[in-house]
Write a protein that binds this ligand. Sequence first.
Ligand SMILES: Cc1ncc(COP(=O)(O)O)c(C=O)c1O
Length: 384
Amino acid sequence: MTDYKALEHEYGVPLQAKRDLVAVRGNGALLYDEHDREYIDCAAGIAVASLGHCHPKLVAAIRQQAETLITCPNIMYNDMRSKLLEKLVEVTPESLTRAYLCNSGAEAIEAALKFARLHTGRTNFVTAMRGFHGRTMGAVSATYTPKYREAFQPLIPGFDYVPFNKIEKLDAAVNDSTAAVMFELVQGEGGVNPIQADYLAAVRKLCSERGVLLIIDEIQTGFCRTGRFFACDHFNLQPDIMCVAKAMGGGVPVGATLLNADINIEPGLHGTTFGGNPLACAAALAAIDVYQTDNLAQRAAELGDYFEQQLNVADLPQVRSLRRLGLMIGIELKQKVQDKLAELLEHRIIALPAGPNVIRMLPPLVIEKEQIDRVVKTLREILA
Ligand SMILES: Cc1ncc(COP(=O)(O)O)c(C=O)c1O
């Protein structure tokens, strides 16, 4: 049998620590390795496979579009692209009236930063401590945690970082050079930290009063993950710019930057070869259709409650706290999580860290209760 691990080690640039597992196929919340061993996938491609793996409607849409038209540059109009743009504006907060389509989260962030500078004529940004926005130079400049940033200096100047939930710090950081404030509403990589509603309302007010744009990064929280279609919907928040990606295409790479009606970008100042390609647009349309018809937001809310009740961290001595919105779950331990993630894998459960002490669970929203029971049973055993 081909040694896939050896091939990746020999020919891949080793950027991430790997789990000892070669995933070769998936179905719903389950992944299978090359020996056909079954795993419950509570990483879901890192918040991508919210529909589960290989959802039949997604597969059918991709297959059909692959036989019809795969690529179409933005110098022409396209049926799938136009339908997706309309759909995105329909499902996102009311303030957002147009979308730029791209291929990943970091690209959506880059576009947001460029559009904010163009619109305001200002250069600077304020983002949150513990925030994460991606790995390209603009996104990394916006990302607080030094380990993502320091090796790449000098970065784009003009970024300042404030703690979540302290409005006086934001008030002091925003000045006449600030183009935008950019936040996640539940920090994903930073430890599953939900923003407080009263703080967010104060942030929205401060931005509006000072002519500063509010950019919301819904790349991890978007498309039903938190129990609403977008995390913004929990707060009735109307952002000026919103970035989405990850679960948008159900696994097919696609992203978008949505803008409010006031923001106009002159043609020629930004662009993309692959963004808005018909294959990705068809996938995103199919994925969004399933999120809507199967009401996966409500499912995420209910299953998140169920997970929390069943796990009952109050009587798990190794757990400090559980933070959660829908099926975006962070279990903060009193110790580092790497050994626990390895133990979970031994029990054929794939989970993620969020910082050194937090186990992050992002299962597909189609996960079955019985599968949650298996995950919870194992968690209770290893955290007792
Ligand atoms: C909140 C957030 N923003 C941006 C990104 C970057 O997205 P991508 O990896 O698709 O570039 C991520 C990825 O984890 C993310 O969680």
